[in-house]
Design a protein around this ligand. Structure first.
Ligand SMILES: Nc1nc2c(ncn2[C@@H]2O[C@H](COP(=O)(O)OP(=O)(O)OP(=O)(O)O)[C@@H](O)[C@H]2O)c(=O)[nH]1
Ligand SMILES: [Mg+2]
Length: 360
């Protein structure tokens, strides 16, 4: 999974990127048209606790890729390299300025809703340009030859055009899975699921402020739209957290009335937004988290590990992570009957531990 970090100038995009990936970008000469690319480990307490049981040689968390691009504007989007960096991501994280700091200029007073509308507008205009170009081409092609497929595409893009012209992003347009396949090649920017990340200032009541931020800035309605989410983080505090030992970080968090870092909340929200879940494989060699889509079957989960495993799938020994911890070992769980054998069609649950039996 790859997420593109977007936003207006100087809102904290790179700060967020550094907090997520732990990558030091300060020393790198940064061509503003090139993206910083980095990988964030998906923190998962469940996996850590399973690892404590197995003491494996390797512990592998799931990971998410992030691209930190230059500030977004209609002009920037016209540049092929800039737009290309964003087209190939699965989701967008739009960093919105809330923190108050007179030394860091902003487009005006702090107004998250205005900034959200403006950036969404730029994405919409870019998509509209693409749709219009394709429709012109289609009109010519349809004069030469009418095929059912071309007509369907024409109809869909006309509907998309009307939708975009009313300043609504494509992520809010109803599309069947066939429709989605038809437009996949365009990699429309306003179609991508989006998470609005409010970057709020430091305060002594940070825990409460983070929780209240979405309501306070009137984003409840926006956040409830299809394929959209919102949450608040404090990039400044997160940057400090990133440099601490786990024990110090826990103390530091609780001094702000927090139990989790913004990083954990942000990644969880992204998973929710993209409809993703995690399952685990465990053993003395390796404990590992895998990412699959919500409602995946056991055979698809096997395929996420290796295509051969889905081909030669027999059964999946399955147990929920907490039941395994409670039993203390797979043997105990088997004796208790909490370790089950599931078939290909079993719908994997978030937090399942699976061992795929195969004939390959
Ligand atoms: N006071 C305060 N300053 C912040 C916060 N987050 C980021 N900043 C500062 O804002 C400035 C811009 O931060 P960046 O992370 O570089 O922002 P950016 O969006 O990547 O900026 P561009 O790439 O230039 O558009 C830096 O000086 C940061 O230290 C915050 O929560 N509070
Ligand atoms: Mg930056």
């Amino acid at each position: 999974m790859k997420t593109g970090i977007i936003g207006l100038p100087q809102v904290g995009k790179t700060s967020l990127f550094v907090m997520l990936t732990g990558q030091d970008v300060s020393q790198r000469a940064h061509n503003p048209r090139e993206a910083h690319l980095g990988v964030a480990k998906v923190p998962d307490d469940r996996l850590d606790r399973l690892a404590a049981l197995y003491n494996p040689k390797k512990l592998i968390h799931a990971s998410v890729e992030y691209a930190d691009v230059a500030a977004l504007s209609q002009e920037a989007l016209k540049e092929t390299a800039f737009a290309a960096n964003l087209r190939n991501v699965d989701a967008l994280a739009h960093v919105v300025r809330v923190f108050d700091d007179p030394s860091i200029p902003h487009v005006g007073a702090v107004d998250p809703l205005r900034d959200i509308k403006n950036i969404d507008f730029d994405l919409i205009v870019n998509d509209l340009g693409q749709v219009e170009k394709r429709l012109e081409r289609l009109e010519k092609d349809l004069k030469k030859m009418r095929t059912a497929e071309l007509e369907k595409e024409d109809e869909l893009l006309k509907r998309a055009k009307i939708h975009l012209e009313t300043e609504r992003p494509l992520r809010e347009m109803e599309m069947t899975s066939d429709d989605k396949k038809r437009v996949r090649g365009f990699m429309f920017l306003s179609e991508k699921p989006i998470l609005y990340v409010l970057n709020i200032g430091e305060s002594t009541s940070l825990g409460a402020d983070l929780e209240a931020a979405v309501d306070k800035y009137g984003l409840q309605e926006v956040a409830a739209r299809p394929n959209t989410g919102a949450l608040a983080v404090c990039a400044k505090v997160e940057a400090e957290l990133a440099e601490m030992s786990p024990e110090d970080a826990a103390d530091f968090l609780s001094s702000y009335g927090l139990t989790e870092s913004g990083l954990v909340r942000l990644i969880r929200k992204s998973y929710e937004l993209l409809g993703l879940i995690s399952f685990f494989t465990v053993g003395e060699d390796e404990c590992r988290a895998w990412t699959v889509e919500h409602n995946s079957k056991a055979v698809d989960a096997a395929g996420a590990i290796h295509t051969d495993l889905s081909k030669h799938f027999i059964r999946a020994e399955t147990i929920h992570w907490d039941a395994l911890l409670e039993a203390g070992s797979e043997a105990n769980a088997r004796a208790k009957g909490t370790l089950r054998l599931e078939g290909k069609e079993y719908i994997v649950k978030d937090g399942d531990v699976m061992h795929i039996r195969h004939s390959g």
